[in-house]
Design a protein. Structure first.
Lengths: 440, 363
């Protein structure tokens, strides 16, 4: 009996530290068991391979038992051996054949609590990072025959599994076709995040996102029932919903779960918040430096009084405060949770107060800056959040040079731009009147 | 890209006065125009400039800077006043325009207020008033409760603060309209400065050119009722039989011209008043209300007739009877001439109808 030469079969992996080889001896013959300990589940190996081995007298008996096991595959192509090994298969080199048995570890992914799109009363768990778990979640919540799941891979190197999920009876097939075309054209090497994929299938330099990236299964399922397509990327707990229009980004799932007396005003609040966060700094510059006539007399005097200590023109203090706010937001994301709260206290309260006392900014500007920051966070979807954070800066520049006229022109241009956007062929500012009734 | 630059270039034309921070502007809260002593510089313009404060405190934050200058025109005066201050004069908050009595007695017409109408920052809703004796003295008063300069005057006129039946309100746009409208004459409240406050209880009536007369406070109140149809006033009845005051809750009147007798044109006016008795020298819950009502009606009709006759004798028409006549008796250009001949002969036929809602007492 010749010695088993691992290197001949698995050239690249032979030196790997987590490679385990076992020799299973029968009277005259021997089988070779090879697996990667990091990818395989010990108890599965025990029950599917080791136990039949111990119970069988002859090699033929062992072979028959193996063939009955779930996940048994006979390997004809020697080139695929390494691939199977990496995917979590255990390889058995028998004298007459080679077979692979699926002994993959169950995924360690559990659905996590929703943290980004948190809502008070409603489903509390978000997607997990595992594609199968996520599809399991969707199938449970949407148990219909029409639910189609198509798998594909994106990323020429990463080969990240991607699932396209849609309700076949409701989906808009033009959108589906358009989406598949876009997915075919993705030529990135490594795709690891839903946001990244969202950018790859839409235009990269769009000012506004045209596909929702959401961590909420209930939002995904609701959109499925509306005929939209859900993309689930392996390795991230976020689903991409296409097509998405502007109004989707300002809707929270709470809107469906609470009484309209409460949710309608909240919805209005979000739109007001979106307006404030984009245009308030620009309006401040425009009114304080170009058109103070729109204030009431008392406010004008107070503003002039609070600005009297500030030696720089109004746009300096606006940029100073906006920088502070953006830095603060960024810092509180990067910092660990416990230090993060301290950063906001230091930044928000102490720095703001001190900047005003030192005469760097006026007290009204502090209010403007905090309003901008707070209003920004009432927008439920993070990508829209970021987009609106960016838009305020060009508006401020317009306000510096052109005053209120400039701000209005800027907002108008922004509106024109938004109208011109399409999300997978669908108008971005489309209204869905009457459609909400079905989902109540 | 070419289009974007072109748009930006066009935008520059619409920006108004350009970039100037609010703290580099001196807010003009009130403008006063007087007649000056100098012959070649007839206008004395005073500006009440607000000194800004970060915190509004009643009685403390109403600090102001009063500057005046004599010049041949208001434009010239303002231009010269700019050299007396360190910041840019900003008229966007100017809500009070005060004119001196002497100026108004001589001439106050379209040419006088032309500057205010042309200045784009000054709003048409600015309040106009007559300063007695001078506008400068009115602007110089610093009332004790004021939150910011000229705030007292604004609150007095805009009906947000005090709602006095003695205070007549005149807007710039309205005054301007009345200066040119046939059959509707302008008027202005008269502000008299006291030590720490103002007294606004008179009205000056104008023809199209200058002041005709200043009505007494009692007449002013009736004038206010007739011209603005305000309903927060009271009627005092003082006769031998009864002496009581009536607090009016609703007030309206209608009138029509009666020209059946060409020689004696009449104006029939029906006044409807609803009110509660407020103050009385005897309890009249159990007595006959109708008697008191009749007394009050007679007394009220007398008051209205008095004021209307006075206006008639002054040949002014701030209530707008002439305008109504022109509207209802259209005859190209002749209606106006006809009205001019009718108005001095007009006989006032006033009927007051009082609805006494209660005696005002708790039994």
């Amino acid at each position: 009996m010749q010695e088993f030469n691992l290197d001949a079969h698995l050239h690249g992996l032979a030196q790997s530290g987590d490679l385990v080889t076992r020799k299973l001896n029968f009277n005259a013959e021997a089988a070779q068991l090879v697996y990667l300990s990091s990818m395989c589940d010990n108890s599965t190996i025990h029950s599917t391979i080791v136990k039949p081995f111990l119970e069988s007298q002859h090699l033929s008996e062992f072979e028959a038992m193996l063939q009955a096991m779930p996940g048994y595959e006979q390997m004809k192509d020697r080139q695929q051996l390494a691939d199977k090994l990496i995917q979590g298969y255990a390889l058995l080199f028998l004298p007459r054949e080679t077979c692979a048995i699926n002994t993959k570890k169950p995924p360690p992914f559990q659905p996590q609590k929703a943290t980004i799109e948190y809502i008070l009363q409603g489903p509390q768990y978000a997607f997990s990072e595992d594609i199968e778990t996520n599809i399991h979640i969707i199938r449970t919540r949407y148990p219909l025959q029409d639910l189609h799941v198509e798998y594909m891979k994106v990323g020429s190197v990463s080969q990240t599994p991607l699932a396209i999920v849609y309700d076949h009876s409701k989906v808009n097939h033009d959108v589906l076709l358009c989406l598949k075309n876009k997915l075919q054209q993705v030529d990135a090497e490594v795709v690891q995040a839903s946001n990244q994929l969202q950018m790859l299938i839409t235009k990269r330099f769009n000012l506004l996102p045209t596909a929702i990236v959401s961590e909420r299964p209930d939002r995904s399922v609701l959109n499925l029932s509306k005929g939209k397509v859900i993309l689930i990327l392996h390795g991230t707990p976020f689903a991409i919903i296409v097509p998405s229009v502007f109004f989707d980004f300002l809707a929270s799932m709470d809107d469906l779960y609470d009484v309209p007396w409460f949710t309608r005003p909240l919805m209005a609040l979000r739109y007001i918040g979106a307006f404030i966060t984009t245009s308030l700094p620009a309006l401040y510059v425009a009114t304080v430096s170009h058109n103070p006539e729109i204030f009431r007399a008392q406010l004008a005097i107070e503003m002039a009084g609070s600005r009297a200590a500030v030696p720089y023109p109004s746009f300096y203090e606006v940029f100073f405060m906006l920088f502070l706010i953006e830095a603060l937001t960024e810092a509180s994301i990067r910092l660990p949770k416990y230090i993060g709260s301290m950063a906001t206290t230091v930044g928000g309260l102490i720095l703001g107060q001190a900047a005003q006392t030192a005469g760097l900014v006026s007290s009204i500007m502090i209010i403007v800056a905090s309003m901008v920051a707070i209003s920004n966070f009432v927008i439920p979807i993070n990508t829209m959040n970021l987009a609106l954070r960016v838009i305020k800066f060009p508006l401020v520049v317009l306000a510096i040079f052109f005053g209120l006229t400039g701000v209005l022109t800027g907002l108008f241009c922004f509106l024109v731009y938004t109208t011109s956007l399409r999300s997978f062929g669908q108008p971005y500012l489309k209204l869905f009147i009457g459609e909400a009734k079905k989902s109540r | 890209m070419k289009h974007v630059w072109m748009w930006l270039a066009v935008l520059f034309l619409f920006t108004g006065c350009g970039f100037k921070d609010i703290d580099k502007r001196y807010l003009v809260m009130a403008v006063g125009v007087d007649k000056s002593e100098l012959k070649d510089k007839p206008y004395r313009v005073s500006l009440k400039l607000a000194i800004p404060t970060a915190q509004i405190r009643p009685g403390q934050s109403n600090t102001f800077h009063l500057i005046s200058d004599d010049a041949p025109t208001i434009t010239e005066a303002v231009r010269h006043l700019k050299s007396k201050v360190d910041k840019d004069l900003d008229f966007s908050q100017t809500k009070i325009l005060v004119f001196g009595t002497k100026l108004a007695e001589e001439r106050l017409d379209k040419t006088t207020i032309d500057w205010f109408l042309r200045k784009p920052e000054i709003q048409g809703i600015a309040f106009m008033a007559l300063g007695s004796p001078t506008a400068e003295q009115v602007l110089g008063v610093r009332p004790k409760s004021e939150r910011m300069p000229a705030d007292s005057l604004m609150l007095s006129f805009d009906q947000e603060g005090t709602e006095s039946s003695f205070i007549v309100t005149a807007f710039l746009f309205d005054f301007h309209r009345r200066l040119s409208e046939k059959g509707l004459d302008p008027y202005m409240p008269v502000i008299r400065p006291l030590k720490d406050t103002y007294l606004i209880d008179q009205v000056a009536v104008f023809d199209k050119e200058k002041i005709k007369a200043v009505l007494s406070p009692e007449e002013t109140r009736i004038f206010n009722e007739l011209s603005k149809k305000i309903s927060n006033f009271d009627i005092e009845t003082r006769t031998e039989q009864a002496r009581f005051a009536l607090n009016v809750t609703s007030f309206r009147y209608s009138y029509e011209f009666d020209e059946r007798n060409e020689a004696e044109p009449k104006l029939k006016m029906n006044v409807h008043i609803r009110g509660l008795s407020e103050e009385s020298n005897q309890s009249f819950y159990n007595s006959n209300w109708d008697r008191y009502k009749a007394e009050a009606e007679k007394e009220a009709a007398k008051r209205y007739a008095h004021v209307l006759r006075k206006l008639q004798s002054l040949k002014v028409d701030p209530i707008g009877f002439g305008l109504r006549y022109r509207a209802t008796h259209y005859q190209r250009d002749q209606d106006w001439e006809k009205w001019l001949s009718i108005y001095p002969r007009l006989d006032w036929n006033i009927k007051v109808n009082i609805d006494l809602l209660g005696s005002g007492g708790i039994k």
